[in-house]
Design a protein around this ligand. Structure first.
Ligand code: AHE
Ligand code: ZN
Length: 378
């Protein structure tokens, strides 16, 4: 049967560097292989702000941002078999189709099924499901999620079905930051017992790396940020030391300071900021012969990383991962179980809650460094 359009509230980014506009949109019914989801909770990630700032080469306006959200399936399009109306889902910006060459390789969590159109702000068939009520203009999707709308349409392959007995307004954080950091520590780096770890940047991603490293049994976890207000939470989640780069004496580099603190360098470092100079620092403070540095932060379009090749010749490893190397549909249910058991802390990441209409305030809090995650509810 043919579904009907739904009119609801969404936050539209009409242009870069302007506040989001809360207004009515019409959300078309899901087509073949698509799912319409009532988003009940979403939070704001730095990547939303990054795209809104105009630095994201893939971003097109007008768009509905948001990629860290969870909700309840409202209806499904033809051919959808893995979810049904009423199911609880987390939206995935890294889809998992299980049939493309990348999914089948088992060497990556990246999936090629919908990524090209996703980057263009379109559904897999090349069209859009959002129309602004005010002027009838079609609105672009974002990262395959567009969770800043009370209803959104996403591909079936972008739906992680999770148990209905977990609170959506908490586990929505598994849509990006928490999973990304946890997975980077445990899957990408495979931090082992006794390891020494340095984490650059103590937002949701860095804090989750810390949590993952503690779970792996790391002996030293050095939490690094220029904003010391992040240190108490870092310590609570497992950091054994905190370090403010502003305290490095003149004439010494940050990498030198960390190498001195750690008898030659760390086993694993993680860049969770998106600053290409800091990426170099993170690589170069990794121990000669075996240290690994994981890039997680998103740098501006066109920016490049640099180091002397000798750093790699002498055994340091530079790598990175998206969404923590986690295959969302397969692995998110397990992360929800870890949350329910109390092994994975998500609650501590929620530094505030706001009604959806105050989404621009949530962006302000993030910009000022005053929040880790603000969960918005509809
Ligand atoms: N569109 C940007 C790159 C953005 C980017 O690197 N995104 C990260 C996720 S950030 C989550 O907060 C990512 O995982 N990307 C993998 C992917 O497939 O996009 C640009 O520079 O064009
Ligand atoms: Zn994100």
């Amino acid at each position: 049967h043919e579904g009907r359009p739904i009119t609801c509230r969404a936050a539209i980014a009409w242009e870069c560097n302007a506040p989001l506009s809360i207004e009515e949109v019409e959300v078309a019914p899901p087509k073949q292989g698509e799912v319409r989801v009532r988003i009940t909770a979403t939070s704001v990630c730095h990547t939303d702000a990054y795209s809104l700032s105009g630095r994201d080469g893939e971003f097109a306006t007008p768009a509905i941002l948001g990629h860290e959200g969870a909700g309840i399936v409202e209806s499904v399009g033809p051919g959808v078999t893995s979810v049904a109306p009423g199911d609880h889902v987390v939206a995935l910006y890294t889809a998992e189709c299980r049939t493309c060459r990348m999914c089948k390789s088992n060497k990556t969590n990246l999936c090629s099924s919908v990524r090209t159109t996703q980057g263009q702000g379109l559904m897999p068939d090349g069209t859009r499901r959002f129309t602004a009520k005010r002027n009838g203009e079609a609105i672009f999707h974002y990262m395959g999620c567009s969770t800043f709308s009370e209803y959104t349409v996403i591909a079936e392959v972008s739906c992680a079905k999770i148990t209905p007995d977990a609170p959506l307004d908490t586990i929505c954080l598994l849509g990006c930051g928490v999973t990304t950091g946890w997975g980077a520590a445990l899957k990408t780096a495979q931090v082992e017992k006794g390891a020494t770890v340095a984490v650059f940047g103590l937002g949701a991603v860095g804090l989750s790396v810390i949590q993952g490293a503690r779970y792996a049994g790391a002996q030293r976890i050095i939490a690094i940020d220029t904003n010391p207000s992040k240190f108490p939470l870092a310590t609570k989640l497992g950091a054994t030391e905190t370090f403010n780069p502003k305290t490095v004496p003149e004439g010494k580099t940050l990498q030198q300071a960390i190498i001195e603190m750690t008898d030659g360098g760390v086993d694993y470092s993680f860049e969770c900021v998106g600053n290409v100079q800091l990426m170099r620092t993170a690589l170069e403070c990794a121990h000669k012969g075996w240290g690994q540095s994981i890039i997680i932060g998103v740098a501006g379009a066109g920016e490049e990383i640099a180091t002397r090749p000798f750093q790699l010749v002498t055994g340091r490893v530079w790598k990175g991962s998206a969404f923590g190397g986690v295959k969302g549909r397969t692995e998110l249910p397990g992360l929800v179980e870890l949350y329910k058991k109390g092994t994975l802390d998500i609650d501590s990441f929620i530094t505030g809650t706001l009604p959806f209409a105050e989404i621009n305030h949530a962006f302000d809090l993030l910009h000022k460094g005053d929040s880790i995650r603000t969960v918005l509810s509809f």
